[in-house]
Design a protein around this ligand. Structure first.
Ligand code: 2IT
Length: 445
């Protein structure tokens, strides 16, 4: 595989799409050797086909704000790859959303979903709509307007969206409500729904819980466990919440959370009622963490800084892409960090990943670590198809099994001759091989 040639042709076709090109480059570098061992892949142009989405749906979303003013946003759905199953992946509402970000997310989702062991293809969608400071009624009108365009491309065996940044149970509820009104069928079609209308138990917690199960597996490989370890978490949304809950439950001490305004360091540990504070901060819609210190004065707020400057055993980026860069990585390594697990999608920059691998820090990428979220979405699809609802215990057992299996796939494909486990390589090769085999067996399409 001529990586430089593929990348420069992609760059020429999609200039300036830096997140997308970054995600593609990482996968190509990891799978090159395996790819070259399979001349039939090259003959079928598997890579050239895999890096382009099946289609991108772009649309205008017009809605009326509380002042009666007409607002227009852009809406997208990137249906990336359906070799393994129906398109599946979240919807992101954030001012930064653009085709590059949604293409990187859809590309990553394809391999992540392959790793879950469940039959799901990859997709992502969203809008540049910013939920910050919007009223509940505005959120509802926006969600309805978004689905009024997108609904015709969705379906339980076609494309099943879920939440992501800026989209939680409330937004999924409004979108699914509108979808049902238009198609007049109750077939699931969204995951992350409310428990009373087809949602799965443990889905809200699943991304964070799954990430901690993955971390437990990583530590077990080192004959270690998480009890008593200090953990830095970034973000304060749904993913950070689930990760903090489970880290506490497993006996670790969470000392940071963060927002766009800076980070909180709480040496006493963020647990118990402080978790509720996190939820209240999120629910306020202001997108800031500073008010935490008004309620918990022993904690400190560091304006405009990231939590990676603190000395911790474990770092869990839980906020957004490229939130941990080369300098952050250096700081963590100098402070003796033992393990870094991305819970956000592509949370670390390529420079940060290189630094971790070079220093033999145990590092795992988002597409493996955070796959418990979409895996539990897959379980929600199964429950909807069966018209059943499983107990929390049943879902949690399946989530445990899935995370263990993802970890095993990473170890199988990522263990280097010197014993170091390169989880990035392992996850990319395992995910790639499954999608590639599925594409090969279904012919040139
Ligand atoms: O990045 C992700 O895996 C998600 N936002 C969840 C996707 C899903 O379909 O549950």
């Amino acid at each position: 595989m001529d990586i430089d040639k593929i990348l420069s042709s992609l760059e020429a076709k999609h200039p300036g799409e830096k997140e997308y090109l970054q995600a593609v480059r990482e996968v190509l570098l990891c799978v090159k050797d395996v790819y070259d061992e399979h001349p039939e892949f090259e003959k079928a142009k598997i890579i050239e086909r895999m890096v382009e989405p099946d289609r991108i749906i772009t649309f205008r979303v017009t809605w009326v704000d509380d002042n009666g003013d007409v607002q227009t946003n852009l809406g997208y759905r990137v249906q990336f790859n359906k070799a393994i199953g129906p398109y599946k992946g979240g919807i992101r509402f954030h001012a930064s959303v653009n085709p590059s970000i949604l293409k990187f997310l859809g590309f990553e989702q394809t391999f992540k979903n392959a790793l879950t062991t469940l039959p799901m293809g990859g997709a992502k969608g969203g809008s540049d709509f910013s939920p910050r400071g919007k009223s509940d009624a505005e959120i509802m009108r926006f969600c309805q307007a978004f689905i009024l365009e997108l609904w015709k491309n969705l379906g339980p065996d076609r494309d099943v969206p879920a939440g992501d940044i800026g989209v939680g149970a409330r937004e999924v509820g409004y979108m699914y409500g509108m979808y049902k009104k238009l198609v007049d069928e109750c077939t699931g079609t969204f995951t992350g729904k409310g428990l009373d209308f087809g949602g799965s138990r443990i889905r809200p917690e699943a991304t964070g819980f799954g990430a901690l199960y993955f971390v437990e597996n990583m530590l077990k490989m080192q004959n270690d466990d998480i009890k008593g370890k200090t953990v830095a978490i970034s973000g304060f949304g749904n993913v950070a919440w689930g990760a903090a809950l489970k880290a506490n439950e497993l006996g670790a001490k969470v000392v940071t959370i963060s927002g766009p305004d800076g980070y909180i360091y709480d040496p006493d540990g963020i647990s118990g009622d402080k978790i509720q504070t996190m939820l209240d901060l999120r629910a306020s819609g202001e997108d800031i963490v500073e008010p935490y210190i008004e309620q918990w004065p022993s904690a400190k707020f560091f304006a405009g800084k990231k939590p990676w400057e603190q000395k911790v055993d474990i770092a869990l980026p839980c906020a957004t892409q490229n939130e941990l860069d080369g300098d952050d990585a250096k700081q963590l390594i100098d402070n003796g960090v033992q393990l870094v697990a991305e819970v956000s999608n592509m949370g670390c920059t390529p420079e940060a990943i290189d630094a971790f691998i070079e220093s033999k820090t145990i590092y795992a990428p988002g597409k493996a670590v955070n796959a418990g979220g979409v895996a539990t979405s897959g379980l929600e699809m199964s429950q909807n198809a069966m018209h059943m609802q499983w107990s929390a215990k049943e879902v949690d057992e399946k989530l445990h099994y899935i995370m263990k299996s993802i970890h095993e796939q990473c170890v199988m494909y990522g263990t280097e001759p010197n014993g170091y486990i390169n989880y990035m390589k392992g996850a990319n090769i395992a995910g790639f091989m499954k999608v590639a085999r599925a594409m090969m067996e279904q012919g040139i399409l």
